[in-house]
Design a protein around this ligand. Structure first.
Ligand code: HEC
Ligand code: HEC
Ligand code: HEC
Length: 135
């Protein structure tokens, strides 16, 4: 009736094809969170860490709009601490290791913010580094 020479290999090909998503999952490494270099000598961020982890891109957009569209250059956090609205002098004053912090996380998530086309990275220029934006 049937010819085993053709049917069995065809069956094998079929089984491999329908289980392919499973095999792809087996060989693809799971995402693991990169090691982050946190600022030495600072306990907390401008907002709670869970909020920063999820929302820092939105906060930075708000900061930019506040500074440039509304001329508002200070930010009062949820804990009442007041900060200068400034990417370089506030965020990067604490997060001095951009490569070990921002880049480490962005690289592993395939994000590449273009901010540094214009804004200056820590260590890119020598000289005064301000007071960290704390008022
Ligand atoms: C006063 C120092 C300081 C300033 C200013 C600061 N940070 Fe932080 N940031 C920290 C510290 C310390 C932590 C870790 C807090 C913790 O683990 O509880 C942190 C955590 C974070 C995290 C979460 C990291 C993680 O573990 O997932 C992000 C993202 C972040 N900061 C971005 C920013 C951005 C963007 C700005 C500017 C809007 C900023 N930080 C300003 C000190 C600072
Ligand atoms: C714990 C991981 C993590 C850390 C640490 C981190 N980021 Fe991010 N960042 C992300 C992820 C993930 C996205 C993309 C989110 C999305 O697309 O919704 C992102 C997006 C951004 C964006 C928006 C980019 C775009 O093209 O929309 C900016 C700006 C940004 N991050 C700035 C920073 C800065 C500055 C630091 C360091 C002070 C930093 N991030 C640290 C995870 C991180
Ligand atoms: C084409 C150049 C350019 C790019 C790219 C750019 N900025 Fe800016 N940004 C500016 C200029 C110019 C100012 C005005 C500086 C001032 O008046 O203080 C500014 C101001 C800001 C401010 C408020 C004040 C300050 O100096 O921090 C924030 C916050 C900010 N930008 C965030 C960002 C973020 C986040 C990105 C990336 C997603 C980004 N910018 C990309 C040019 C740029």
């Amino acid at each position: 009736m049937y010819n085993a020479r053709y049917v069995i290999p065809a069956l094998l090909v079929f089984i491999i094809l329908i289980t392919l998503p499973f095999w792809v999952n087996v060989v693809t490494p799971e995402y693991s969170r990169p090691e982050l270099v946190l600022p030495a000598g600072a306990e907390a961020c401008v907002e709670p860490v869970e909020y920063m982890r999820a929302e820092h891109m939105r906060l930075l957009n708000e900061w930019r709009d506040a500074a440039l569209r509304e001329g508002k250059r200070v930010y009062t956090s949820s804990t009442g601490q007041v900060w200068d609205i400034n990417l370089q002098n506030t965020c990067m004053h604490c997060h001095t290791d951009k490569a070990g912090f921002c880049d480490a996380c962005h690289d592993s998530n395939s994000v590449d913010p273009y901010c540094w086309d214009c804004h200056i990275e820590p260590g890119a220029v020598t000289g005064a580094s301000g007071n960290g934006g704390k008022q």
